[in-house]
Design a protein around this ligand. Structure first.
Ligand code: PPS
Length: 304
């Protein structure tokens, strides 16, 4: 983890012509090009998100739905060992698609990604293969959460002030590119043609977690009892996940990658925390950008 110097964010064009700002370096570009060629398996389960949309929360829920609500095992084996981050080789050469390729054929592979749809494995872009769950979060809270994450991440790109970061968030000049493009593309695909794709909204999870778990279980074709749903919802409540070393990334703090004296990975876990960060005029500006960029969207978000 600590083996790379703080990298620089640069626009790079991938082998399929898609352009995205990535943390500079030829090796990272190569990794993303290799991901395009990654071979999927029919029972792969993929959790895809724009960074800080609720990935960890949904990863834990999805894994428990697929594993009989076995919270004892979930506590024993870290989430980062139960899921492989398909583009993780960008950060650690031994992670990612290489590790996924070595996973036994008879076991479901759990995959996490923050890649925009256009950079998913080409096979997954073209075919309804595996189960793809996309998590989206309202952009104001998503932006604030991303900002705090980058502040405390010692090897990530420096976010500058919140004002500077928000400007770059509008332009998509942040790791993983534009929130607007990311969410819009996955949403369009889910509406058009994906029988194997399900969208989860962070705010709906907050409003009625058990109902969202039921819907997810149906999508994943798993039968859960009401008791199991209760167990999962309780295990995955923010205060419980915050104190659970299997999911709270405390090992990244111990390894010196995250500085939790600056901000915590499990920071607030709320809808509407943006109100504690944006001034009235900053919020107006955000609303203006949002109106322009999402005027044709049928997908709507709750902001509080
Ligand atoms: S990452 O690094 O992209 O994988 O981060 P990600 O997991 O997507 O996002 C982290 C934010 O999700 C919040 N979180 C939760 N909210 C509610 N309930 C639960 N159980 C939960 N677990 C994680 C986490 O606190 C981060 O949001 P903020 O707003 O920064 O608190």
């Amino acid at each position: 983890m600590g083996e790379f110097a703080v990298p620089v964010l640069r626009e790079e064009t991938m082998s399929n012509g898609f352009t995205i700002p990535i943390l500079g370096g030829e090796r990272r570009r190569q990794v993303l090009n290799e991901v395009l060629k990654f071979k999927m398996r029919p029972d792969d389960v993929i959790v895809a998100t724009y960074p800080k949309a609720g990935t960890t929360w949904l990863q834990e829920i999805v894994w428990l739905i697929c594993n009989n609500a076995d919270t004892a095992l979930a506590r024993k084996v870290k989430l980062t060992d139960r899921y492989d981050w398909v583009e993780g080789g960008e950060y650690r050469p031994t992670e990612g698609f290489k590790k996924l390729d070595s996973r036994p054929m008879e076991r479901t592979r759990f995959i996490k990604t923050h890649l925009p749809f256009q950079l998913l494995p080409t096979e997954l872009q073209n075919e309804a293969i595996g189960k793809l769950i996309y998590v989206a979060r309202n952009p104001k809270d998503n932006c604030v959460s991303f900002y705090h994450f980058l502040r405390m991440h010692k090897t990530a790109h420096e976010p500058g002030t919140l004002n500077e970061f928000t400007e770059r968030f509008y332009r998509g000049n942040v790791p993983r590119g534009s929130w607007f493009d990311h969410v819009e593309k996955y949403w369009q695909i889910s509406q058009e043609r994906r029988s194997n794709m399900h969208i989860v909204l962070y705010e709906n999870m907050q409003r009625n977690c058990k109902e969202e778990i039921r819907i997810l279980a149906k999508f994943l074709e798993k039968d859960l009892s009401e008791t199991q749903i209760d167990i999962i919802a309780n295990h995955c409540a923010f205060d419980n996940m915050k104190d659970n070393d299997s999911v709270n990334f405390s090992h990244f703090v111990a390894a010196g990658v995250f500085d939790d004296s600056v901000s915590k990975f499990m920071r607030k876990g709320q809808v509407g925390d943006w109100k504690n960060h944006f001034t009235v005029s900053q919020n107006q500006e955000f609303d203006d950008v949002l109106r322009k960029k999402t005027k044709d969207w049928t997908l709507k978000f709750d902001f509080e």
